[in-house]
Design a protein around this ligand. Structure first.
Ligand code: XMP
Length: 516
């Protein structure tokens, strides 16, 4: 079965929640893709979607530069669901009227359903009243010809609309957010009831068809994969290996900035459980040499990034004829969302992004359609150990950006010892998997303390732990005091050279997750 034979197309008008729409649909085992609203009609037709979703967005339809869809989208005979701005757009482009609302609706709202079929099938309970989440300043005032209202709220007489004969529907609220309690029902009604999709997009099917595609693309050529020990590169390697076996060679660069035992268990797994070829390059001296005397975070990041490319390239040359590079790019990196254009560079992220151009390699990116949680599911399907799959993210520049100021061997040693304690305690308390990331940071200052009647003048370790869904925003984790106390006690008692531990209580924004 071709997993892409049935898909929902989401046209993005720049909403903050467009990705959420995709996730909610995929949770129902229906494949979907997000494309910018500018996707040409011809491409839409080629994709043969079973349904189209017009996302929300920050614009007003009557703005001069308002993003519009090709009106022919409504004539394709494919069901269309407009969400918020998408619903207003449908109204506007089909001859109705949208105006600035006297009272804007933000947050929870009470929806009165007038038509319990179509989008609201099976929602007869609650006397037709349901909690939904709204976020709009404009509202639909006059319906286009052929449309009727199927729900209303206090400030929206047409909170949901439908065409009498065609499969064109719209909702003013956001079914994709958790506060819309009937959101899943509404989306299910659209994809299954209205579009007639099958819930057949499973990881098992994904593996089968992806393995077939990779085999076809690579043929008898050789491919490389930069294995970092992280979830994305491990899953990529396992998947590509399943497709082409020994034609895949993985390179693992030890940059001397890894945690204690960080990749050991994974390497052992690859060695014992798979026949993956892994070349381990010990480049500790090189990287630590490059970082000598460097305190500026961006310079650190750049040196580590360039160093990685240099070493990878050297190793690849030794292998001779390699044409492909397998890379664990994920869907959020791929989406060309109109809302994120022109974002400022806060940090130069280190990944293998520069490699394909430098080495003239063709990219294989088997995870480009997946979200992080789907990658984990895929890893389980491929039989990777849970320990590898549920690892917290670890940045490419490693401990190099968790040591403020110069990175030295002594300081690395100190931070590693503190870090092990943080990990152990987080795991023992069950918080390791509950938080997004938790780690220790070494500060470049010393403070005064007293130990066994003696004055001490030693280092400070900061503990960082955050909750997040996608690392774009994050909040500091509300860890129990006794856990914080245990971590602090153990670090101060067990790590010689540290006499103080502080807890970082900044959210992102305005802070970032890593300190550099
Ligand atoms: P920040 O610090 O920007 O981090 O809030 C967001 C997420 O990205 C991780 N991170 C990196 N990952 N290469 C990576 O692969 C990098 O250079 C890098 N820098 C930060 C960070 O750990 C967090 O999960």
């Amino acid at each position: 079965m071709n997993i892409h034979s049935e898909k929902i197309l989401i046209l993005d008008f720049g909403s903050q929640t467009t990705q959420l729409i995709a996730r909610r649909i995929r949770e129902q085992k229906v494949y979907c893709e997000i494309h910018p609203y500018t996707l040409p009609l011809e491409k839409i037709k080629e994709m043969q979607p079973k349904g189209i979703v017009l996302s929300g967005g920050p614009a007003s339809v009557y703005d001069e530069a308002a993003p519009l869809s090709d009106p022919a989208v409504f004539e394709l005979g494919v069901p269309v669901l407009g969400i918020c701005y998408g619903a207003q757009l449908m109204t506007h482009q089909l001859g109705g009227a949208v105006e600035r609302a006297e009272k804007r609706e933000f947050g929870k709202s009470d929806l009165e359903v007038l038509f319990t079929a179509g989008l609201f099938a099976g929602l007869e309970d609650g006397a037709g009243r349901h909690q939904v989440w709204m976020s709009h300043g404009d509202r639909i005032e006059k319906l286009p010809e052929g449309f009727v209202s199927s729900a209303r709220s206090e400030h929206s007489p047409h909170a949901a609309i439908r065409h009498g004969e065609k499969n064109l529907v719209g909702v003013q609220f956001h079914p994709e957010v958790a506060h819309t309690l009937i959101g899943t029902d509404v989306l299910r009604n659209f994809i299954f009831g209205i579009c007639g999709c099958d819930p057949s997009w499973t990881m098992h099917n994904f593996v089968e068809s992806t393995v077939r595609d990779i085999k076809e693309k690579i043929g008898s050529g050789q491919a490389l994969c930069a294995l970092s020990g992280g979830v994305d590169s491990s899953v990529t390697a396992a998947l590509v290996h399943r497709a082409i076996g020994d034609q895949l060679v993985c390179i693992y660069v030890n940059n001397g900035l890894m945690r204690t035992g960080e990749t050991k268990s994974l390497m052992r797994y690859f060695e014992e459980k798979t026949r993956l070829k892994v070349i381990e390059v010990d480049a500790e001296d090189y990287f630590l040499g490059e970082l000598e005397g460097i305190v500026d975070p961006e310079v650190k990041r750049k040196r580590i990034g360039y160093g990685f490319i240099k070493i990878f390239e050297e190793e690849a040359k030794k292998l001779g004829d390699v044409k492909y590079l397998a890379q664990g790019t994920l869907y959020p990196d791929v989406i060309e969302s109109v809302s994120f254009r022109g974002a400022a560079v806060i940090k130069s992220h280190h990944n293998v992004g520069g490699l394909p151009e430098v080495m003239k390699l063709d990219l294989i990116e088997p995870l480009r359609e997946l979200f992080k949680d789907e990658v984990r599911e895929l890893g389980l399907e491929l039989g990777l150990p849970e320990e590898a799959i549920y690892r917290q993210p670890f940045p490419g520049p490693g401990l190099g950006i968790r040591i403020m100021g110069e990175v030295t061997r002594e300081r690395l040693h100190l931070l590693r010892r503190a870090d092990v304690i943080v990990l152990e305690e987080m795991k023992n308390s069950g918080y390791y998997r509950k938080v997004w990331q938790s780690f220790a940071v070494l500060l470049p200052i010393r403070t005064v303390g007293v130990m066994g009647d003696e004055r001490t003048y030693e280092n400070v370790v900061a503990l960082r732990s955050v909750d997040s869904v996608d690392a774009m925003t994050a909040d500091w984790s509300k860890l129990p005091y006794d856990l914080l106390g245990r971590i602090s006690n153990r670090i101060i008692n067990e790590v010689r050279g540290v006499n103080r531990v502080v807890f970082d209580i900044s959210s992102k924004p305005p802070g970032t997750i890593e300190w550099e």
